[in-house]
Design a protein around this ligand. Structure first.
Ligand code: HEM
Length: 400
């Protein structure tokens, strides 16, 4: 007999639409100890406080994977690629390593001159008109890989391969992952390591003006990262903005195009696109959940959390908290103020927020400028099967 749990991370219906589940949690048990063994945090205040607090650490997914790796090693399977690939992922590191590597990346990760790259990619991807075009498969998916590939200084012919590996590897960021997925992640991790080690060696000999060459050059001067950390940082920069940006662009277009009145407002007032993107990040956050581990015993909204307990923090729910957002379940395109947590908060706040914002804005502008009509062929959204990173799998349209 099925037990009616408040937290249903494996239920397809709730993955497709988690918002009713979040509401019930917020109202009935906002700091909920789940049957899956984690604390589920759903209110805005608690979420923001935890993200900003140094009492909560990252690494629970990494530790968990390491446990899995140890266990499977015992069975003569080798999962060390995952550990090596993620060794320098700042997402999973705490101070002092997090501070050291994040500061290092910041020194070169400040180039705002990406508009020309994005425009060139949009010109390549967007046809003059098309009876059959898929906004996810033909635009949302390839665009971020092409852009980050060029920013990093990678050869164009490699983007498709890297994109495929990235889609597998991003599963490592999911909190609820199967044994089969770990095996696939390990294979992708091995491919990424081999690829970036080769690229780093080539760029040491023939530097260019991409970010990888600049990371290598700075590291040669300051000696901050070891070889594995450098490879790992390149992998993270490629994959962190990949699936997340695909999600914002695809889901965002779905919400805008299915509201033709709003779409026409943007056509007449393109200066409103930036505010609309903030509302998309709030209303249907690409990253729905992040994990933390309690660094010491503490209390959250009256519940005692023990050192070592793991927490699943629902950004997607915090963004719909009516205590903070009026009419929280409504899409209000020009909502202001809008202090959503779509890019997280605190020490791990997203490093690529500016890139995601510019890229999405330029994409929407280009679609509005080029096409008088964009008609959805299938009004029912097709969601992926991933609660952590929510994304559409297809969005077929005709464009004229
Ligand atoms: C719409 C697109 C994006 C969304 C919604 C998003 C969301 C997030 C969130 C929620 C976090 C915090 C994770 C946590 O607290 O555990 C994060 C971290 C991060 N993001 Fe993004 N991201 C996006 C695009 C990008 C892009 C384009 C890049 C650049 C390559 C990027 C690079 C990173 C990195 C490196 C971190 C780790 C920061 C740290 O741990 O200190 N992201 N992102």
């Amino acid at each position: 007999m099925a037990t009616d749990h408040l937290w249903k991370p494996f239920d397809r219906a709730h993955i497709a639409n988690p918002y009713a589940m979040y509401r019930k949690l917020r109202e009935e048990d906002p700091v909920h100890f789940s049957q899956t063994g984690e604390w589920i945090i759903t209110r805005y205040e608690d979420t923001r406080n935890i993200l900003r607090s140094s009492d909560f650490l990252v690494g629970n997914r990494f530790e968990w994977l390491k446990k899995g790796i140890g266990y499977f090693k015992y069975k003569d399977l080798d999962f060390t690629n995952i550990e090596a690939a993620m060794k320098g992922f700042i997402l999973f590191l705490n101070p002092p390593h997090h501070t050291r590597i994040r500061k290092f990346i910041h020194q070169v990760w400040n180039s705002r001159d990406v508009a020309a790259i994005i425009q060139q990619n949009l010109d390549t991807l967007l046809p003059a008109r098309a009876d059959s075009f898929d906004l996810v498969k033909d635009l949302g998916k390839p665009l971020p890989a092409m852009t980050i590939g060029k920013i990093l200084g990678l050869p164009e012919e490699d983007y498709l391969y890297l994109k495929e590996q990235g889609t597998v590897m991003i599963k490592a960021l999911d909190l609820y992952i199967s044994f089969k997925d770990i095996m696939r992640v390990n294979e992708a991790a091995g491919n990424f390591i081999a690829y970036f080690q080769k690229v780093i060696e080539q760029k040491k000999k023939n530097p260019d003006n991409g970010i990888i060459s600049r990371l290598i050059e700075l590291n040669a001067q300051e000696n901050i990262l070891d070889g594995e950390e450098l490879t790992s940082t390149c992998i993270l920069l490629f994959i962190a903005g990949e699936e997340t940006s695909v999600s914002l662009m695809s889901t965002g277009l779905y919400h805008l195009i299915s509201r033709q009145d709003e779409w026409e407002i943007l056509r007449k007032n393109p200066e409103k696109i930036a505010t609309a993107i903030e509302e998309l990040l709030r209303y249907d956050a690409p990253v729905q959940i992040v994990g933390r581990i309690a660094g010491k015993d503490c209390e959250i909204s009256g519940k005692t959390i023990k050192q070592g307990d793991t927490l699943t923090i629902c950004l997607g729910s915090a963004n719909r908290d009516p205590e903070v957002f009026d009419h929280a379940d409504e899409f209000i395109m020009q909502r202001e103020p809008n202090k959503h947590l779509g890019f997280g908060g605190g020490a791990h706040y997203c490093l690529g927020d500016w890139l995601a914002r510019i890229q999405t804005e330029m994409m929407i502008r280009s679609l509005l400028e080029r096409y008088q009509t964009i008609e959805m062929k299938d009004v029912a959204p097709h969601w992926n099967n991933n609660l952590a990173i929510r994304c559409l799998t297809q969005l077929p349209v005709s464009i004229r």
